[in-house]
Write a protein that binds this ligand. Structure first.
Ligand code: ATP
Ligand code: MG
Length: 394
């Protein structure tokens, strides 16, 4: 049996002259998301997207479609001919089904008549279909202001009948707002930061820094597992894994110990910027947040920014931790993030860190190191992993 999903998209439809571009990308993304599910296909009509599929694939299709950026909400609809008798019968069946499912006792009927060729007007249709349902179901009342069931009839080239609305993530179609290099640690914040930028249409590529053999293989596995979760929303994800142990050793040897964190951070930014330029990214993305840890002060951010020319986007800058955790749980990354494998070497972490670093002083320390050579070597020895649809590609 065939089912149909009706997909609503919000902001994309407001994009004026560029609307067609956004819609086209959106439809491509939907097609990609359901490509692996036999027999599902997308119809693109009149500012709405539809997915038709075999009923047996229901759960898989819903799971995929509710993770597509740009989807505001979906409804699972019956598609019938534009025949008034059918509308009444199917409307009644749908309301009865909802009552059984939810125990609801109030309803209203809503009609959207996009097809002006249909001879009856919307208020008339609502009234007659509503009356028919009322006279055929016991214990049901009309409530136009706050109904438990809203039966919607959308009359287009066919009529779509549905009650439920399932929310999607919203946002803009993935890949419509350029590309960004995400600094992906194993922590809670950075996967959430990547998700939020992806949701605004920014395509992601990622870089992870580690200090192998001081940090374990498990730390890398953890980051790959986080990447797998992200690809439920972002198609593919390339993760560059970079060993910064030599850099940390050099800092440890030549610079004041309390500057370890801020200096490492500047190196991370510089390496990320070089990779970003190589792979066509226009910004860096981090999970930084003001005030969360000692190094994340205004002064710290200033000194970090000063390391690169590329803009560093920090979507979590003003989020409370509880709100970040809420999103991490929705993404299913939280349980992975709290696994206790360190991402960067803690051997070199000092007891005290500078909380108000000064650019001049930090650059002075940095100049004690052969930065360019250290960076070139780290990048040269990178390993790259590609994740697609939640699986690591060999
Ligand atoms: P997170 O939970 O994302 O690790 P955090 O609260 O632990 O963040 P920091 O460790 O100070 O904060 O890191 C801030 C940001 O710097 C991270 O969100 C991430 O974008 C980047 N970052 C830190 N460590 C790494 C790393 N090992 N690899 C890649 N990016 C990193
Ligand atoms: Mg961290």
């Amino acid at each position: 049996m065939r089912e149909i999903i009706l997909i609503r998209y919000g902001e994309i439809g407001l994009k004026g002259m560029n609307r067609r571009y956004f819609e086209k990308k959106f439809i491509q993304n939907i097609k990609w998301a359901i490509k692996h599910i036999a027999d599902a296909y997308v119809l693109d009509r009149h500012g709405r997207a539809y997915v038709e599929y075999e009923a047996k694939d229901h759960d898989e299709v819903i799971d995929a479609v509710t993770k597509i950026f740009g989807v505001v909400s979906i409804s699972i609809a019956h598609k019938i001919d534009n025949d008034f008798e059918l509308m009444k019968r199917e409307g009644l069946a749908e309301v009865k089904r909802q009552m059984t499912l939810t125990g609801a006792t109030t309803f209203k009927v809503e009609t959207k008549r996009a097809n002006k060729g249909f001879p009856m007007k919307s208020p008339d249709i609502c009234q007659k279909v509503g009356g028919y349902i009322l006279s055929n179901v016991e214990g049901l009342k009309v409530d136009v202001n706050n109904p438990q069931i809203t039966l919607t009839l959308e009359i287009r080239e066919n009529t779509y009948i549905y009650c439920e609305r399932i929310p999607g993530p919203g946002g803009m179609p993935y890949g419509t707002a350029g590309k960004g290099m995400l600094l992906l640690s194993g922590g809670i914040d950075s996967p959430v930061a990547g998700y939020l930028m992806g949701k605004r249409g920014v395509e992601l590529e990622a870089v992870h820094f580690h200090s192998y053999p001081f940090t374990s293989d498990r730390a890398l596995e953890k980051v790959i597992d986080l990447g797998k979760k992200l690809t439920k929303y972002t198609r593919n994800l390339k993760i560059h894994s970079i060993n910064i142990l030599e850099i940390q050793k050099a800092i440890n040897e030549k610079c004041p110990s309390e500057e370890m964190t801020i200096l490492s951070r500047r190196f991370m930014m510089k390496i990320a910027e070089q990779l970003a330029l190589t792979y066509g990214c226009g910004c860096l993305i981090t999970g930084e947040n003001i005030g969360q840890v000692a190094s994340q002060t205004m002064e710290g951010l200033t000194v970090t920014n000063n390391a690169v020319d590329m803009p560093i986007l920090r979507p979590l800058i003003a989020y409370d931790k509880v709100d970040i955790i809420k999103i991490a749980k929705q993404l299913d990354t939280f349980d992975i993030s709290i696994l206790p494998y360190e991402d960067c070497c803690t051997v070199f972490l000092p007891d005290r860190v500078v909380t108000k670093p000064k650019v001049d002083k930090i650059i002075y320390s940095e100049n004690l190191l052969n930065g360019e050579a250290l960076i070139a070597q780290a990048i040269d020895q990178r390993e790259t992993y590609i994740i697609s649809r939640g699986e690591l590609r060999e």
